[in-house]
Design a protein around this ligand. Sequence first.
Ligand code: GRG
Length: 322
Amino acid sequence: LLDPMADKLAADKHVRYILMAEKKKESFESVVMDHLRMNGAYWGLTTLDLLEKLGSVSVDEVVSWVMTCQHESGGFAGNTGHDPHILYTLSAVQILALFDKLNILDVGKVSNLHKLDIAKLQNEDGSFSGDMWGEVDTRFSYIAICCLSILKCLDKINVDKAVDYIVSCKNLDGGFGCTPGAESHAGQIFCCVGALAITGSLHRVDKDLLGWWLCERQVKSGGLNGRPEKQPDVCYSWWVLSSLIMIDRVHWIDKAKLVKFILDCQDMENGGISDRPDDAVDIFHTYFGVAGLSLLEYPGVKPIDPAYALPVDVINRILLTN
Ligand code: GRG
């Protein structure tokens, strides 16, 4: 039977799903995902904002919880009492940006902390580690650059070296990996292209070559995969599409087919979006589905910035004011 709603975004249901997910703190999933809570909060809150429903959460409650996750070194943890990691520091900064509360970071102890500990994580070769344990990954280069750009203090790091390191992770296929010589993967490509976009260095990308690799990620169902021979997944609607937009090659994919693939991944009864049609939904894929639709200019979804992964109005508010 044809479902008349099947080709529509069930925005209200997704909003309800996100608000419920936040309340069900004692569920098994939330216990297991405890350390990821800062990321989960960013995914959920950004989705609400893209759907113009950020007003349904309590700003004070969220902001005071975020601040309980800040470590004395300046960085943020995934949850209260956990160790800080650059992954959670970006989510915390993004959440504060959504609520126009970045000024909270300018007062008190934080101002002396080399802007959230990020500068200290840069290595001699320009790369970044994620925390005190030292793992290196271009994800962390992106995060450092994105965070410091939002906080308007990119001068705290060596940007030229950071950019050279990212370019050293470029492969012969035009893509980027997590370290020099590592396989191209759409997630890492987003990080590298995003960091190059923010630092005004996109001329160092081979746009036609990379655009070709990225548009080959579209499979028969209309969905995108993250590298050759892999299954499509709604999250690549973000990683691949944002990269294509940043290098100005988004017209190389079939947008209508991708919209249909994302809409097919919705739970039309209880809300939420899954990785592939008929799989279980989660907040990560709900965010990437809605963010993907935003990049595809789907009606009723606010535009999102492909480099900063925040709504365009939020980024404009930050970058266009002192
Ligand atoms: C602000 C949006 C935003 C991101 C912050 C953490 C981060 C920066 C970026 C992560 C980029 C990345 C590596 C994404 C890929 C995630 C993913 C689904 C990996 C799965 O890899 P495999 O090998 O799956 O399990 P495939 O699809 O290749 O089979």
